[in-house]
Design a protein around this ligand. Structure first.
Ligand SMILES: Nc1ncnc2c1ncn2[C@@H]1O[C@H](COP(=O)(O)OP(=O)(O)O)[C@@H](O)[C@H]1O
Ligand SMILES: [Mg+2]
Length: 273
């Protein structure tokens, strides 16, 4: 009998310099797209903000990673099933504590999450915007930082600042870009090229392009009504773009092995390794 060897969990941080650029909606819809393609996806909600992944899926978490840190709950008890093949670990107020845990808390968190290793194909991390400590930790622990940019000049400036600090202080080189809220694919590609040129020139790193997601009224309305467009309107334009982006995610992660695995991710986050 052939032994089926599973790949280690691939870890992707969806992040941004500025808030409101589309992280949470992209994470939620991309998780759904990947699940439709037969992948198992774990989402870690690393943002304390308001409009979070739980709301997108219409669930109410009963606890978060803080309860695990304090030894009050097992990881299985805070894990929320969102849809077939998709589960959520709510970060809640525990997120800010991740980068300053004591030895006991580190150990208990690692023990807890190590029981989950190999059960998921992807870990998608939704972060807060900006360069707060916990955002940098989550990014540097993941295999890829996927930065969402928009044509808004302040989004570009803040994204550049984020990439710069991750590259210079955390030695990160793996960045992929999603261009959101653009007019069309052409504007997305132009935006990427412009941004890539600047990053290339001043930081000497090249960025990967994962695609564009045009400004779309149906997408906005679906989100407002807590309806995942990927689930409810799979034939829509926006869903097609999201599917394209998730295919790009899959193929770009296929080539990468280093820093893979849930255990590795959490070790980095809590600063053990
Ligand atoms: N391509 C788009 N077209 C229309 N509205 C969008 C698009 N991307 C994001 N939005 C809207 O922008 C708002 C912020 O998105 P969200 O995913 O919550 O951003 P973030 O998590 O980065 O703060 C939401 O109301 C969402 O529906
Ligand atoms: Mg968000």
């Amino acid at each position: 009998m052939a032994l089926k060897i599973r790949n280690r969990t691939k870890t992707i941080c969806i992040t941004s310099g500025k808030g409101g650029v589309g992280k949470t909606t992209v994470v939620s819809n991309m998780a759904y797209a990947l699940a439709l393609r037969g992948k198992r996806v774990l989402i870690f909600d690393g943002d304390l903000g308001m409009a979070n992944v739980d709301i997108m899926f219409g669930v109410k978490p009963d606890g978060n990673i803080l309860d695990v840190l304090h030894g009050e709950k097992e990881i299985d008890q805070v894990l929320v099933p969102l849809a077939p093949n998709i589960a959520l670990i709510p970060g809640g107020s525990g997120v800010v504590e991740l980068s300053r845990l004591n030895a006991f808390e580190r150990r208990s968190l690692l023990d807890a999450v190590s029981t989950l290793d190999y059960h998921y194909d992807y870990l998608l991390i939704d972060t807060a915007p900006g360069i707060a400590d916990n955002v940098l930790y989550l990014n540097s622990a993941s295999q890829v930082s996927s930065v969402i940019i928009t044509p808004d000049p302040s989004s570009l400036a803040d994204s550049y600042a984020l990439i710069k600090v991750l590259h210079q202080e955390y030695k990160e080189n793996n960045f992929s870009i999603i261009c959101n809220q653009v007019r069309d694919e052409t504007e997305g590609l132009q935006l990427f090229n412009r941004f890539n040129d600047v990053v290339n020139r001043f930081l000497s790193i090249g960025l990967d392009y994962w695609g564009a997601l045009p400004m779309d009224n149906l997408y906005r309305k679906s989100t407002q009504n807590q309806r995942l467009i990927m689930k409810h309107e799979p034939q829509s334009e926006a869903a097609k773009y999201l599917l394209q982006i998730s295919r790009q995610l899959e193929s770009s992660l296929e080539k990468q092995q280093d820093k893979a695995g849930l255990q590795f991710f959490w070790e980095q986050v809590v600063g053990v390794a």
